[in-house]
Design a protein around this ligand. Sequence first.
Ligand code: MRU
Length: 389
Amino acid sequence: MQPGTGLTLDILPAEFPLSDCQIPIRGYSYAMDTAHEVKAPVTVLEWVGGSADGTLRLLDQTLLPERTQYVDCRNVETLWDAIRRLVVRGAPAIGVAAGYGMVLAGQQAADLPALMADLDRAASYLESSRPTAVNLSWAVRRVLDKARAAAAGPTQGVDGLRRLLLDEAHAIHAEDQALCLAIGRYAEPLVRRCAGVLTHCNAGALATAGIGTATAGLYLAHAAGHRFCVYCDETRPLLQGSRLTAWELMQAGIDAVVITDSMAAHVLRQGRVQMVITGADRIAANGDAANKIGTYSLALAARAHNVPFYVAAPYSTFDLSIADGSEIPIEERGGEEITHGFGRATAPAGVKTYCPAFDVTPANLITAIITDRGVIQPVGEREVRGVIG
Ligand code: MRU
């Protein structure tokens, strides 16, 4: 399906006043008329060198906002660790990085069978680094399928196959940039009607290869001259909202306000925001969407205050093999992320913890899912399959 031809149910009136933002929109179609384009405020990852000897350079997001420092991954083990520790994080960025991880995996072998065996091992290994974001397995399987098809075809040798791996990883990288822009073009008209927007975690440029998913419409609306304020949930326990989202929005000159997660319901009741928009790590066939822990409670609060709740995600975040959110694997992380957040103990020594990193927002709380292929609204299996395939 071409951008701009997503599921459309009816057309909004040309004028849609700001005060109407709190009314869930029933379905719409927007012309792809955004002339202006914006660039991500920072490079999150890049491949340096050739297919046989190159490395994956990652912005170390654990050090933000204090330091902007890059680390080089020279093998799959280093990349696994970087994904696990959230040096690179956010579903689309993890996928792009993992695609390059397959190139790293192909650098050692002396012959084709050994190379294919290395790729098979690396795919499963990389997938084990973080379970929730489906973009990770989507990307490694895409590169693996490409390699298998090539290996089964006319002989092109180890060097030829390595070049093909890098071409595919580059293609995933470039595609992710385009997907963000496409999402942004659908989201921008919604943002333009708002004086305040609320977001959770970081589904921004730092979480993708482009201008983010939840942030894409924000960047485009800002570039078009619309002025608004973005409330950034701090996002306990690892503070992606305050460390990352507020930081990247400020780099772009967007008015960012950090609040703690527990302030969101109050902000919604005060009428400070006219829309909530978040990203997603995996979306089931019925539209249930997993995202950073705290997203579900935010969606409940948005519903209680009649504020539209949007999820922005590319097609690569959909997992149509699962019927609903109950099948989404939820990553559990070490309790020290709660008890020893950033340097000091904030809970008694030896206390028990429970640390799910994601939760699932049921489809019935989501006003619309904004994808690169169109806007899914209402959110249900028929509509998801209609737009995503
Ligand atoms: O644990 P993280 O920082 O990888 O969690 C990130 C999120 O939950 C994002 O909202 C999601 O991956 C979408 S990113 C466009």
